[in-house]
Design a protein around this ligand. Structure first.
Ligand code: NAD
Length: 453
């Protein structure tokens, strides 16, 4: 009998097997069965679960509550065609994962990258929930993206891809349901197309459907630089706690995009010396310091850092090993691993990217006395500014740039103070401390709402 057969005989057969206890053993034999949580299986999800479990163990969270907090609440996979400029049609796969609907609408970026998967989006959505709780935003986490190589797509192909992806996930997004934002390889232009596509569907302009939009469409001053600035505010708080002076400290930044370029610029403005930088094309180093303004101008003209004449070229993977005080991964996940953690030559790691350090590497760094400012606080500036933009669009009341910057700084500093307080309370590392703060709040909210029906 075919188990997927929907006939009455098959139903009887199934109930018989269940009744005799044989049904479970039939299921257990099925090689294709998905283990609990198996939908999200990916290296990043494994990392996210390991980090989450460590904090949940410390808090003594009940296993039943734990799985409610951990597993994403809703996930959508879409496959859709896009016409390439040469007339051919290519089918792309995209995702949108909403981790929790408990605290409000969900919020999270959209990325275009070759490695985008359901499991990656699930891990990133969970971290978004934790970030929002840590800095006190009324959101759950979400994440989405399209598996593609954005460097191979023209401007018009990117527009068609963005519009079609927006239409595909339309049923589950909305200003009070789920609000996308930029992430890897997406920015103001993609958000403008996204907002236009959504607005066309409903028949009126809905700026609050996305954040990270151009100013003219309801964006806010400073959203583009908020993630990088937030990382800089985290650095300032940490240095105050450690009694270090930023002036003259040597910094290496991996990644020179939305986040990395702002961090490099802002830290250099505050007196740090940028001794190494990299992007997907390679690295540039100078022991006496790179001229960040010249680097930004170079990338503006040539798109990548490769060939920049103001420093020596270094292999992309060697940039992380350059001797420095602060190493800032600001590119992508899984960069500091068991393979290279022993050879890092820094005193502090600040995770501007999501998930750049594996749990094994975390342990090696801890043994070596290198402290890590975790992603959930170091890059929370982006979602915090996104919250301001969403609130402004909902209220139809414009905020001035000073108010935005003051609140961004305060909200992040408050968040990191909560991390320090939890680190002191449990005598633990900052990553676990950040997760305990966020999970404790989330668990309390879930308990208050209880279970429907
Ligand atoms: P981006 O696409 O603007 O920039 C990514 C940069 O990393 C580019 O310079 C790219 O060339 C470089 N890069 C890619 N692969 C690399 C490699 N193997 N080695 C070195 N450099 C490499 O993306 P972004 O928005 O700056 O995001 C960077 C990270 O920050 C991601 O992990 C993202 O999830 C995280 N983040 C971004 C935001 C945001 O507001 N944009 C918010 C929170 C977190």
């Amino acid at each position: 009998m075919n188990l997927s057969d929907g006939s009455p005989e098959a139903a009887l057969d199934r109930s018989d097997r269940r009744g005799t206890g044989g049904w479970e053993s039939v299921l257990a034999d099925e090689a294709h069965l998905v283990a609990p949580g198996g939908e999200w299986r990916s290296e990043l999800w494994r990392v996210a679960v390991e980090q989450f479990d460590r904090a949940a163990d410390l808090l003594g969270i009940d296993p039943e509550v734990r799985s409610r907090l951990l597993e994403p609440c809703r996930a959508l996979t879409v496959n859709f065609p896009v016409r390439r400029d040469n007339g051919e049609v290519e089918v792309f796969t995209g995702y949108r994962v909403q981790h929790t609907l408990t605290m409000g609408p969900t919020k999270g970026g959209v990325r275009y990258a070759p490695g985008v998967s359901l499991g990656e989006c699930a891990a990133l959505a969970l971290w978004m929930t934790l970030k929002c709780q840590l800095v006190g935003l009324p959101f759950g986490g979400a994440k989405g993206g399209v598996r593609c190589d954005p460097n191979r797509l023209s401007h018009s192909e990117l527009e068609r891809l963005t519009r079609r992806y927006a239409s595909e996930i339309f049923p589950i997004i909305g200003p009070n349901r789920d609000i996308p934002a930029p992430d890897m390889a997406t920015g103001e232009q993609e958000m403008a197309w996204f907002m236009d596509t959504y607005s066309q569907q409903v028949g009126y302009a809905v700026p609050e459907i996305v954040t990270g939009k151009p100013l003219l469409l309801g964006g806010i001053i400073g959203r583009q630089s908020a993630t990088g600035l937030g990382a800089v505010y985290s650095v300032e708080s940490v240095l105050e706690r450690m009694g270090w002076d930023l002036h003259g400290l040597r910094v290496v930044v991996q990644g020179f995009g939305n986040v990395g370029a702002v961090i490099a610029r802002e830290l250099a403005l505050r007196g740090a010396i940028l001794v190494g930088i990299s992007d997907v094309t390679g690295g540039i180093a100078s022991a006496t310091g790179l001229d960040v303004g010249a680097l930004i101008a170079w990338v503006g003209e040539h798109q990548f850092v490769r060939g920049f004449p103001g420093g020596g070229s270094v292999a992309r993977e060697d940039v992380l090993q350059i001797s420095c005080d602060i190493l800032i991964p600001a590119a992508l996940e899984h960069q500091i691993t068991a393979d290279n953690a022993s050879s890092l030559d820094c005193r502090l790691v600040v995770e501007a990217a999501n998930g750049p350090t594996t749990p094994q590497a975390d342990r090696i760094l801890a043994d070596r006395g290198i402290r890590v400012v975790p992603d959930v606080i170091a890059n929370a500036g982006g979602v915090t500014a996104s919250y301001f933009e969403w609130a402004q669009d909902q209220q139809k009341y414009l905020w001035d740039s000073q108010a935005i910057d003051d609140r961004l700084r305060k909200q992040l500093r408050d968040g990191i103070e909560r991390v320090f307080a939890s680190a002191d309370r449990f005598d633990i590392d900052w990553r676990t401390a950040a997760q305990t703060v966020a999970i404790e709040r989330f668990a309390a909210a879930a308990t208050l709402r209880a279970i429907y029906p």
